[in-house]
Design a protein around this ligand. Structure first.
Ligand SMILES: [Zn+2]
Length: 317
């Protein structure tokens, strides 16, 4: 039997409303879903239904008091949590758990052999979320929770997280920088010019995790050539040596030339090329096991274009 590609999505992901003019808006997912319907891709994907991440898994990475404070803030009807860019509404806590649980459901479906790979169209995003801090539109670190789930529920020994969002995934790096079981590779805009100001090449992991963090910052204005060269020559050879048994992708599409939040100039072709290199890596060391998770991407057309291409690639893999 030829396995299909999974899609994690739930209409409840639209219920997280961070504020009227917030770039991380429900319309992002609506644009993706509309595109998948218009192109007929939706009916070819295997729908995976998310669940709210069970608290013990969330607490593996996030401080229990932080989780409680986030829940309380939503319950009280506050409009921001901890930092001004983390807008919330009463539903945000539940939906953030549903986003983390969506990625858990995605990796589960791959591990159980129900699908060969999957894309998680979830929000709020996760890669900026720290152990005890909401940051950069993120509350729970969805992809990090899924990585721990792979290691500790499914008994894997090595998981790679490849993060091509234009912003450095400070949360993901910090959560795993001392953990030799997770290799974190990030391509992002130069931290001296771009949020969140971390992700220098000198940050390489610590203690037992030394050497399992690889940051490839690229100057503002970088385009396809710079990204693809960095990934192919510097990034992937090191991940390959790590030999991950599962590949997770923090798929943000905000390095696109039309994205309003950063200063990079990628075309949709670059995302296709990066996707194909990463799929090759997953095939080589992980038996093709790959789950890709939406992070940023704020131009709706560019986002829908890139996700459409990405899903076609996953299906053809
Ligand atoms: Zn981003």
């Amino acid at each position: 039997m030829v396995l299909g590609t999974g899609l994690v999505y739930d209409e409840r992901y639209l219920l997280h409303r961070p504020g009227e003019f917030h770039p991380e808006r429900p319309a992002r997912l609506e644009a993706i879903i509309q595109r998948l319907q218009d192109t007929g891709l939706m009916e070819k994907l295997v729908r995976i239904h998310p669940y709210e991440a069970p608290l013990p898994w969330v607490q593996r990475l996030h401080d229990a008091d932080y989780i409680k404070r986030f829940q309380e803030a939503c319950k009280k009807g506050l409009s921001i949590f901890m930092v001004p860019d983390c807008g919330i509404c009463p539903e945000s806590y539940d939906i953030a758990l549903l986003a983390a649980g969506g990625v858990m459901a995605g990796v589960e479906a791959v591990m159980q052999g129900l699908v060969k790979n999957a894309f998680c169209a979830v929000r709020p995003p996760g890669h900026h979320a720290e152990h005890n801090r909401a940051l950069g539109f993120c509350f729970f670190n969805n992809i990090a929770i899924a990585a721990v789930y792979l290691l500790e529920n499914f008994g894997l020994s090595r998981v790679a997280i490849i993060d091509w969002d234009v912003h450095h995934g400070n949360g993901t790096q910090h959560l795993f920088e001392e953990d030799p079981r997770v290799f974190y590779l990030s391509l992002h805009e130069d931290p001296t010019m771009c949020y969140p100001g971390t992700g220098f090449a000198r940050e390489i992991g610590r203690g037992p995790g030394k050497g399992t963090v690889l940051n490839l910052p690229l100057p503002g204005g970088s385009g396809d050539k710079e990204y693809l060269t960095a990934l192919e020559r510097e990034g992937l050879p090191k991940v390959k040596r790590f030999a991950p048994e599962f590949v997770l992708v923090s798929a943000g599409f905000d390095a696109h030339e039309d994205d309003p939040l950063a200063h990079q100039n990628l075309t949709r072709e670059a995302y296709k090329a990066m996707g194909s290199m990463i799929l090759d890596l997953a095939r080589e060391t992980a038996g093709g096991r790959l789950v890709s998770v939406l992070e940023g991407g704020y131009n709706l057309t560019a986002l829908a274009d890139c996700v459409e291409d990405h899903l076609r690639q996953l299906m053809a893999a």
